[in-house]
Design a protein around this ligand. Structure first.
Ligand SMILES: Cc1cc2nc3c(=O)[nH]c(=O)nc-3n(C[C@H](O)[C@H](O)[C@H](O)COP(=O)(O)OP(=O)(O)OC[C@H]3O[C@@H](n4cnc5c(N)ncnc54)[C@H](O)[C@@H]3O)c2cc1C
Length: 361
């Protein structure tokens, strides 16, 4: 192990302190005022929380660092997923100059990243049509079209996305500060307002060859798809951990009545443990989990089970809190709303069921 790697051993105490000092005080602003915690995102990255995405054998650590945030704020855990997914694309690209320019900066939060794959992935399943189209130029592509929502996005961020061409879909890194790329806030939504979610328009934007992640987007996706999906687990596992803590806290004063609820925090802790074990196993080699059909089916099933369990756990957290959880600033209802998004984040539960079925047939 190199000394550079040694210095980056996960420092959970530092991560926990950052969350307590720089994220927790802003949770209500994030939820109710659409405040995007950019400073926290950068500092969490600088402390080494995103870096494990890039290291063979440390992928689960990246998921865990995201879930540590999700325990306090599901919305910000989603922003971290957006960033980590962009980092995962840069980790796997064979475009060396692109990697040299962005990889290290994104790995340490100096440059923040995002992902706009919900449209192309849905289009590959016939759910909707491709929204971005590119025409070949002498040194790249001219891209047109718009995406209705890309989160964790400000003008100085980059994001990975796919546009269609005559030769097939191409995977690129888009720099939002360049001419021809316009951002417009999306929403308002019932949660996730503090995730800097934007509609992105491309007005004949020039995308040079240097920004191409992969000319064959489908082949690239085949390699990164399990990592893309497993990184999402950080959101669900974090929400579950937060809801279980809420249940224990509520039981201190409401245990005499909460004992009549069908499932206890111990039941949900067991469910969480099982999901963590399955995630750890499949995350040990995310590329193999993508390319091996049997393993990939397990990844899809894991993501679906995690969504179903997150929904039950966050609602149980709310039920344990009772009226306190129904307060505007109550964590019970907030986690329920954040958990609803985990159900519809691409691949949504209905898309996951379709995907699993397509592998079985
Ligand atoms: C807050 C928020 C943040 C998001 N951030 C991101 C992001 O960072 N990156 C990203 O890529 N995506 C993002 N998304 C998109 C997200 O990942 C999902 O793709 C989205 O929530 C919808 O998924 P779904 O499977 O439920 O599709 P649906 O909502 O069911 O839509 C499927 C398609 O069907 C179309 N449709 C609907 N009704 C009809 C009809 N009657 N006939 C024909 N077609 C119809 C819809 O227009 C859509 O194109 C975000 C969404 C939200 C709400």
């Amino acid at each position: 192990m190199s000394s550079a790697t040694l210095e980056l051993e996960p420092d959970v105490a530092t991560f926990t302190d950052l969350i307590k000092d720089q994220l927790k005080p802003d949770v209500q602003r994030i939820d109710h005022e659409g405040y995007y915690p950019e400073g926290f995102m950068r500092n969490y990255g600088e402390a080494g929380a995103f870096y494990p995405v890039t290291e063979a054998g440390q992928f689960y650590q990246a998921i865990d660092n995201c879930s540590l945030v999700g325990e306090t704020c599901g919305s910000t855990a989603f922003s971290i997923w957006c960033h980590n997914t962009c980092l995962w694309y840069l980790t796997n690209t064979e475009n060396k100059s692109l990697k040299d320019k962005y990889h290290s900066r994104v790995a340490f939060g100096k440059k923040l990243g995002a992902t706009g794959l919900s449209n192309p992935v849905k289009s590959f399943f016939g759910i909707e049509k491709m929204k971005l189209h590119g025409e070949r130029t002498s040194n790249g592509y001219k891209v047109k079209g718009s995406l209705p929502w890309v989160s964790n996005l400000l003008e100085n961020h980059v994001f990975g996305g796919i546009f269609d061409t005559k030769e097939g879909p191409v995977f690129a890194l888009f720099d939002c500060s360049k001419p021809g790329v316009r951002l417009r806030p999306s929403g308002p939504f019932i949660a996730l307002e503090g995730t800097a979610t934007q509609a992105v328009s491309f007005l004949d934007a020039e995308i040079p060859d240097e920004m191409i992640i992969a000319l064959d987007a489908k082949a690239f996706l085949a390699k990164v798809k399990a990592g893309f999906i497993m990184l999402q687990l950080g959101i669900g596992l974090g929400l579950m951990r937060g809801a279980i803590s809420d249940m224990h806290r509520a039981n201190k004063t409401l245990g005499h009545t909460n004992c009549y609820l069908p499932d206890s925090p111990d039941f949900f802790s067991d469910e969480l443990l099982k999901l963590e074990d399955r995630t750890r196993e499949l995350a040990s080699d995310p590329v193999h989990s993508a390319l091996d059909v049997g393993s990939f089916k397990k990844v899809l099933q894991l993501r679906l089970d995690a969504a179903e369990t997150t929904r039950r756990t966050t609602y149980a957290g709310f039920l344990h809190q009772g009226s306190r959880g129904y307060l505007e600033r109550g964590s019970g209802q907030r986690r329920v709303r954040e958990g609803m998004f985990f159900d519809i984040l691409s691949p949504s539960t209905k898309h996951l069921r379709q995907w699993i079925k397509s592998i079985e047939n």
